[in-house]
Design a binder for this molecule. Structure first.
Ligand SMILES: [Zn+2]
Length: 404
């Protein structure tokens, strides 16, 4: 071993998993970070080992490369390089994030050996998803940070804890490149700038969407079955899709047609929310006050919610309406048509409507249009808006869906 490195030894032990000898080769100026490297490596061995399958070797070597050597963050079977900096704030996940990720490649790439040249999304995407899940279990909260002065001085934004669903999965990266290419294009032929968004972020987001759609126990069985069946072998994309269908007991081809075989994006939105007195005559503003002519009806409110599919891709979504008295109604929509109108009449006025309120569809490229709230608002603009909306209703051929 080069005298430039400090050598530290430790051991991984966890009930139900075989022990692993950990050997860390550390830059002398990073001596204080040995425990963080070991903690991150142990976290990967523990969580990946429990969720997918045990690490099969009795040792692993972690190398902390020289500052600006360009050798950080790379994986080889039983050996990987991490990466850290001289000033590493305790609550920013660096070196933990890169260490978990590179240790994670022991599983996704070192053991399950897909062709990274053709299908980089399997090892990089599965590993991005698994890194985020491990970070959420072992190192929460950590914070968004930026580095100034050539990356030397870290600044931690403690108002921005890293969310697994968006930050760890790379939602911003995916949005920026979502339509550059279809994921099924061979990785070496991807459009410029598409590799990061599609291989890493899109895969992590659709795996996390599957976790929420199928439930973690099911997705965990999918991933452990895939791992067990394909360890020390070379799976193709169709091999993974077959395991999903087999283990979940559902035909998810429609899902992979969209996320893998196309570049279409998902975007569901609440177009309109209206809650006005039922049975009255004339026009009403959104607070239920008579805006023009007529008389107010009884004490019942008629609530209408229009939901739209703005993207080309299709996913079933829930629609949740919350009323002033605290009650809610939830309706399922298959999400296929371009829009759907829900109507209900009750004793309370609606205050908000949300599409996909549980955020199952993490691939939705715009969350800001997923909800609408009724605020006290009166005046000409409101009246005009309401009249226009009601006029449109009268003119259109409308199919109603009723809340149960
Ligand atoms: Zn990687």
């Amino acid at each position: 071993t080069s005298p430039d490195y400090l050598v530290r030894e430790a051991r991984f032990e966890h009930a139900g998993l075989p022990p692993v000898a950990l050997r860390l080769l550390l830059q002398t100026e990073h001596a204080g970070q040995a425990d963080r490297y070991f903690a991150a490596t142990r976290a990967a061995l523990r969580y990946y080992g429990s969720w997918f399958g045990a690490y099969p070797y009795d040792h692993v070597t972690v190398i902390d490369p020289a500052w600006q050597s360009g050798a950080g963050g790379m994986e080889y079977p039983t050996l990987f390089t991490g990466g850290t900096r001289w000033l590493a704030p305790a609550d920013v996940a660096d070196p933990e994030g890169v260490t978990v990720h590179e240790a994670g490649h022991q599983f996704w790439y070192g053991i399950v050996g897909n062709n990274e040249f053709e299908d980089a999304w399997i090892d990089e995407g599965f590993n991005t998803f698994s890194t985020g899940r491990t970070m959420a279990e072992a190192f929460t909260p950590n914070f968004e940070s930026e580095r100034f002065f050539g990356g030397f001085i870290p600044w931690v934004n403690r108002d921005m804890p890293v969310s697994r669903a968006t930050g760890e999965n790379g939602w911003g990266s995916y949005r920026a490149g979502a339509e550059l290419d279809a994921q099924c294009t061979p990785s070496w032929r991807y459009s410029p700038r598409a590799g990061g968004p599609l291989s890493y972020s899109k895969t992590a987001l659709w795996l996390h969407t599957l976790e929420r759609h199928l439930g973690w126990p099911t997705l965990q069985r999918v991933l452990s079955t895939f791992f067990e069946r394909w360890k020390f072998r070379h799976p193709k994309p169709a091999d993974f899709f077959a395991v999903v269908n087999e283990v979940s007991g559902r035909d998810m081809t429609w899902f992979f047609d969209q996320v893998y075989r196309s570049s279409n994006v998902f975007d569901y939105a609440i177009d309109t929310l209206e809650s006005v007195p039922a049975g009255g005559e004339g026009w009403f503003d959104r607070d239920g006050r008579v805006a023009y002519g007529g008389t107010r009806g009884g004490d019942r409110f008629r609530t209408r919610v229009m939901v739209r599919r703005l993207g080309e891709a299709v996913f079933p979504v829930d629609v949740l309406v919350t009323f002033e008295n605290g009650t809610t109604v939830r309706e399922r929509w298959d999400g296929r048509d371009r829009w759907k109108l829900f109507e209900t009449t009750g004793t309370s006025r609606a205050v908000s409507a949300q599409v996909d309120p549980d955020r199952v569809l993490l691939l939705d490229v715009n969350f800001t249009n997923n909800s609408r709230t009724l605020r006290p608002a009166t005046g000409a603009a409101t009246r005009k808006w309401t009249v226009k909306w009601l006029g449109w209703l009268q003119d259109a051929l409308v199919t109603f869906a009723f809340f149960i």
